[in-house]
Design a protein around this ligand. Structure first.
Ligand code: NAD
Length: 715
């Protein structure tokens, strides 16, 4: 038998199957592991001396993390029949846990999701530990699928139809307490009591025989009136549509299968589930979301350097500049246990920054305010720098002062001179070249960019920028540190706008050009949102601030004058004091209590002076104009080897600007369209001149039929 599932006998008449994948942190359900389970069950079913079976895991924080996604990814092109057969095999295997001649109990400690949760749900009973790492759920919709090994059949029979719909269509996981309250699990206990509780449950059930009655009930359909079913269907589907905006088909498909399956017996419901799941398996959205999973998984493992350089320990962090970014960075550090020393040129700003950082780090989601316990825990680790000598205890200092090269070049060497020689220094600049800032320093090898995004608490992406002299140790340290903050760092070579702002600019700029060509704000916004962007580019201008956008744009306009021109529209609006939401008007006007954006005739007046001859454009044409210049810029970024891997471009855009995950990333999407087709689309917007001109790389790809993800999707 294989090496993953161990057969044990905690008591002579009670069997145990312990999952423990060798050399891996997590248990996953690959085909060989399912084969092992099959063999163990066959052996146990033959025995007459077994009263019950307890299924558990030997991993410290994981029960079973789900199906093997690499196996999935390598079989995306299988036929619907094959996909259905895979589901049926899994269901039939798990179903045996509800048909054995003895009671089956899942004893769950740690993460129990996807296929793991399905396996547990086919058992007669589930006991969870009340450890914070223990959770149970069905996250399949996040991969464009729904549970296909009986999850949609069993969850409603255990937790009730409404609960199961919510759980499966949202993909959220439950804590032990929530799972018991919902009926998905039977009991929660302290981790050290898990085994004893499972054995006790076997004994109790074997004696009472209650599990046999439950098996009978669960094999039938669920009692629910037509009216109730119709009402649940309508409300759930309206909620799903509001969330997915029609871009993610899995939750609606799951809803349909759960509702239909509830009116069938268990066996027929399983057949229905397999058919539905097969339709989603390998679909474009499924492939794209799997890609996003692999992008993040790769990022977790990537150390940011190709050499053996080891990251240094960071415990105490200096933050220079206590404004929006400085206080956000300080809060993120406090939350993850770092000691923080903050400095600002203005005492008032420092006081405000310290207060904001402390409040944010101590925020309790449940009470929606700072918790006293967290305040008491965080406050002793947050300090104001009274004298620059305080920096002498920092392992790392991050500068987040005004975006002014001269001032930064004065402040950075001052801080550096007070840091220990072994410490690291970083700038949070959005636009100033790291190599240029490094010229003011005596240890440029220990300096890099650590570019957080606003708001720091919400944005997971961090750009780590290496200047010409930045050492591998510095990069490895910055990457490891960013991960300790819970962020996703991508490492970039120095260059104007780094990665995200450089790719965002052509898109934002094109939105302005479209307005000048007579396309309405509404048409531009709708095209971007239909493509899947979380908000339209015009709204984004108003949110970011037009002055900030103008300034960031100028850096790129100066760097690439051949293909991007400063838009007269943006500078006119800034000159007119229209800075966006913060000033009450930008492209829109903001008034009333809710500060909702409203069309503004004043804006129309400014635009009318600049309007060119109107061009009629289809939605598709507007989409080309918005996204193809962004793609061309990405190919230039690759040509310049600014990123270490094509996948960093996609990760950066998804987590930096909300590029739609259901498209798998900009380059992943371009691969699906194909370079040859993209060249044809570019011809349609060739009237734009240099900014729509195909790059060498794209032409070469079209000639050779190659792809950005040339090594396939699986890392
Ligand atoms: P901010 O204006 O909110 O804060 C800057 C702070 O620096 C102010 O409190 C100011 O008093 C202080 N300061 C100015 N000169 C100083 C000096 N000599 N010594 C110490 N403190 C000084 O600005 P912000 O939005 O927090 O931006 C800070 C940095 O982060 C900039 O480099 C900016 O480009 C970058 N950034 C900003 C964003 C954003 O969206 N706001 C996003 C990413 C990066």
């Amino acid at each position: 038998m294989g090496a993953t599932i161990r057969l044990t006998f905690p008591e002579p008449d009670i069997a145990g199957l312990v999952f423990d994948t060798p050399d891996r942190g997590a248990n996953v359900l690959s085909q060989p592991v399912l084969q092992e389970l099959d063999e163990h069950l066959s052996e146990l079913e033959r025995r007459t001396d077994v009263q019950g079976l307890v299924i558990s895991s030997a991993k410290p924080t994981i029960f079973i993390a789900g199906a093997d996604l690499r196996e999935f990814a390598s079989s995306l092109d299988i036929s619907d029949e094959e996909a259905e057969a895979i589901c049926r095999r899994g269901q039939t295997l798990f179903q045996r846990l509800a048909r054995t001649p003895f009671v089956t109990v899942a004893a769950i400690h740690g993460v129990c999701v996807g296929g793991g949760a399905e396996l547990a749900c086919w058992c007669d009973r589930r006991i969870l530990t009340d450890h914070p790492r223990t959770q149970i759920g069905f996250p399949e919709v996040k991969l464009g699928l729904f549970p296909g090994w009986g999850g949609t059949v069993r969850a409603p029979r255990l937790a009730g139809l409404g609960n199961a719909v919510e759980l499966i269509t949202s993909g959220r996981s439950l804590s032990a307490r929530q799972a018991v309250a919902m009926g998905l699990a039977d009991q929660f206990v302290a981790p050290e009591q898990l085994e004893a509780a499972a054995i006790a449950m076997v004994r109790q059930e074997a004696q009472s025989g209650r599990y046999r009655q439950d098996r009978e009930t669960r094999r039938g359909s669920i009692a629910f009136s037509e009216t109730e079913l119709g009402f649940l269907g309508l409300t759930a589907s309206a909620m799903i549509r509001r969330e997915t905006k029609g871009h993610y088909p899995a939750p609606e498909a799951a809803l349909e299968v759960i509702l239909e399956g509830s009116q069938l017996d268990e066996d027929a419901a399983a057949v229905r589930e397999a058919k539905g799941m097969a339709r989603l398996f390998g679909s474009p959205v499924n492939a794209a979301l799997l890609n996003v999973f692999f992008l993040t998984d790769r990022n977790k493992k990537d150390r940011g350097v190709d050499s053996e350089a080891e990251p240094a320990e960071i415990a105490t962090v200096g933050v220079v500049g206590a404004g929006i970014m400085g206080s956000g960075i300080a809060a993120a550090n406090l939350k993850r246990g770092f000691a923080v020393w903050m400095k600002d040129a203005s005492t008032e700003a420092l006081e405000r920054g310290l207060r904001q950082a402390l409040e944010e780090a101590s925020y309790d989601r449940e009470t929606k305010s700072a918790s006293a316990a967290k305040l008491a825990e965080n406050a002793p680790r947050l300090n104001a720098v009274a004298d620059d000598a305080d920096f002498s205890i920092c392992d790392l200092a991050i500068e987040a002062i005004v975006e002014n090269e001269e001032i930064k070049k004065q402040v950075l060497p001052q801080v550096e001179s007070r840091l220990p020689e072994t410490a690291f220094l970083a700038s949070n600049t959005s636009t100033i070249p790291i190599t240029s800032l490094a010229q003011s320093l005596s240890r440029p090898e220990r300096f890099c960019g650590i570019h957080f995004f606003n708001p720091v608490r919400r944005m997971q992406l961090v750009e780590v920028i290496r200047g010409e002299e930045t050492s591998d140790e510095t990069v490895a340290t910055a990457v490891a540190y960013a991960k300790r903050l819970g962020k996703m760092p991508i490492v970039l070579r120095d260059g104007p706008g780094f990665l995200v702002n450089r790719l965002l600019l052509p898109y934002m700029n094109e939105a302005l050009e479209l307005l000048l060509d007579g396309v309405s704000i509404d048409e531009v916004e709708r095209a971007a949102k239909a493509f899947g962007m979380p908000m339209g580019p015009i709204t984004l201008y108003d949110v970011v601030g037009l002055d900030t956008a103008l300034y960031a744009g100028q850096v790129l306009w100066n760097a690439f004058p051949d293909r991007i021109a400063v838009s007269p529209l943006l500078s006119r609006l800034v000159k007119a004091g229209r800075l966006g939401q913060k000033s009450g008007a930008g492209f829109f006007r903001y008034s009333g209590k809710k500060n909702r954006p409203e069309p503004d005739p004043e804006f129309d007046k400014i635009l009318s002076d600049l309007l060119r001859e109107r061009r009629e454009m289809s939605r598709e044409h507007i989409t080309y104009r918005l996204f193809l210049p962004m793609l061309l810029e990405a190919t230039r970024v690759l040509e310049e080897s600014l990123v270490r891997d094509v996948r960093d471009v996609d990760l950066g855009l998804i987590f930096g600007i909300g590029f739609p995950a259901f498209r798998g990333g900009l380059l992943f999407w371009a691969d699906q369209v194909g370079a040859a087709t993209i060249l044809k689309q570019l011809e349609e917007i060739a009237y734009l001149g240099a900014r729509a001109e195909p790059t060498e790389m794209l032409q070469e790809m079209a000639r050779t039929g190659s792809q950005f993800y040339s090594r396939g999707m699986v890392p």
